[in-house]
Design a protein around this ligand. Structure first.
Ligand SMILES: Cc1cc2nc3c(=O)[nH]c(=O)nc-3n(C[C@H](O)[C@H](O)[C@H](O)COP(=O)(O)OP(=O)(O)OC[C@H]3O[C@@H](n4cnc5c(N)ncnc54)[C@H](O)[C@@H]3O)c2cc1C
Length: 439
């Protein structure tokens, strides 16, 4: 059995790079492999198509990134990221109503940065010392020694065939799957005799259309972005966010089969229906910086590896491979960063075998929040399903800055959603309804 003090991470996107950073102290050597060609400058790449779209960082995620890579928040700003007060520098619409901003700083802080720059900075931090990154290399299956995973069979990404030039990285003490939404881990485990895992899937049939423009100061009344959430009966929404180098990314989304068009005229027409004209003004006036990009997201999915009898030692699954959230809630990067912090702490104590079980509790709250809202979007109800009416009632934060801040703390994963059940918040927001709420 391998005891070489070697960790192998499959996938060099955010979850994989953060996992490698987390493991660098506990292992003598960390190898990260990715089937994509990794750019040396900040650039969107083929296997991470979400890089064309806004990737908003919740406040808790920034904290987790800074925990893993001290000083990283400052590095993002030095590279051009823009500090934002989530309540006052962005406009948020829920149920078509705008959340109240506040005269004082909310303390719910963020950094507006493009996904390619974020990934570039994380990769630059990761690719030092005992961490080596190999690109254009596909993992095709796991290598085991008895019931322990010790490595991966690889193939050059250009051929994609094991038969062409099989290779392997063996002798690892830990193999981490961070290959995202399309993770083959269920099939890899089946191939070594481990039964199908339990999966929870929510069909969202979503389409995102995004395009970057040159930003002018007067756009959005001087604010740095906007979130226009879809809601029952209104499947179209949008996200607008400033990025480094005076760029603004305008993204329109449609859920449950609703498809925003990607031509300039289609985007303008769709943006008119958003609850304010901020996005429409940009689409009409601004100079585009590149083409519009379309991305379909068919479903969100949680994979319950922790419930799998016989889950092998020496193996871990994290990031989108473990749980792919509906992107409109912006949770994926933060959860991946929190999982990496967990992995770091467990590896330092030599208890990494507990990872899958402990990671499941990190995923629980954000998954319930997003999956329940998605089911409510489809008119679903039942045990464990937050009724959208109840949620919006509780949040009628449109008029109350304190209630808006409470909501934003939950969305930014700083507080548990139960905080929204606080009677004080609800009473201020909607005094006539508070007695009928099931607290
Ligand atoms: C439209 C959209 C918008 C989003 N917006 C936000 C947002 O606002 N905020 C937020 O937090 N999150 C957002 N997300 C989610 C976020 O992008 C992911 O959670 C984040 O990228 C972490 O993903 P990951 O690293 O697990 O997987 P991915 O980013 O999907 O990366 C997987 C990596 O694995 C590699 N790979 C795959 N298979 C193999 C293999 N067999 N061998 C070798 N390498 C392999 C790929 O090349 C890729 O580099 C959004 C997602 C989408 C689709």
């Amino acid at each position: 059995m391998a005891r070489n003090n070697l960790a192998v991470v499959i996938g060099a996107s955010l979850a994989g790079l953060l996992a490698a950073t987390a493991l660098r102290q506990a292992y003598r050597k960390v190898i990260v492999l990715d089937r994509d060609a990794l750019p040396v400058v900040p650039r969107a790449r083929r296997e991470v198509p979400q890089a064309h779209h806004p990737n908003i960082l919740p406040s808790r995620g920034i904290g987790a990134l800074d925990t893993l890579m001290p000083g990283f928040a400052g590095e993002m700003v030095a590279a051009g990221g823009l500090p934002v007060d989530k309540q006052n520098d962005l406009r948020w619409y829920l149920d078509g109503r705008r959340l109240a901003s506040s005269l004082v700083p909310s303390g719910v802080d963020g950094i507006a940065i493009s996904r390619p720059l974020l990934e570039h900075l994380v990769r630059r931090r990761a690719a030092t010392g005992n961490v080596s990154i190999m690109d254009r290399l596909t993992a095709v299956s796991l290598i085991t020694d008895g019931d322990v995973v010790t490595g991966v069979v690889t193939a050059p990404a250009d051929t994609g065939e094991t038969r062409a030039e099989p290779g392997s990285i063996d002798g690892a003490d830990l193999v981490v799957d961070a290959t995202g939404f399309g993770s083959r881990a269920p099939a890899w485990l089946r191939a070594i005799g481990i039964q199908d895992i339990e999966v929870e899937r929510v069909d969202i049939d979503q389409t995102h259309v995004s395009r970057r423009f040159r930003r002018r100061q007067h756009f959005l009344g001087g604010q740095l972005g906007g979130v226009y959430a879809p809601h029952p009966g209104h499947p179209f929404g949008g996200v607008v966010t400033a990025e480094e180098r005076d760029v603004v990314n305008v993204s329109l989304n449609g859920s449950l089969g609703a498809v925003p068009g990607s031509g300039a005229a289609d985007m303008e027409k769709r943006a008119i229906d958003l609850p304010d004209q901020g996005a429409h003004e940009i689409l009409r006036q601004a100079h585009p910086v590149g083409d519009a990009h379309v991305l379909k997201v068919p479903y969100s999915v949680r994979r319950y590896y922790e419930r799998l009898p016989g889950f092998p030692a020496g193996f871990a699954v994290l990031g989108d491979a473990l749980c792919t959230f509906n992107p409109i809630y912006g949770q994926g990067i933060t959860v991946a960063a929190l999982e990496a912090v967990l992995l770091r702490n467990l590896a330092a104590a030599g208890t990494q075998g507990q990872f899958q079980r402990r990671a499941a509790s990190l995923v629980d709250v954000p998954w319930r929040w997003s999956a329940d809202l998605d089911r409510a979007m489809c008119g679903g109800d039942g045990p464990g399903v937050t009724t959208y009416d109840g949620l919006v009632t509780r949040l009628s934060a449109a008029t109350d800055p304190a209630a808006a801040r409470a909501f934003l703390r939950v969305v930014n994963l700083l507080d548990h959603p139960d905080r929204l059940d606080d009677r004080g918040i609800a009473a201020r927001a909607h005094p006539e309804k508070v007695s009928s709420l099931a607290f």
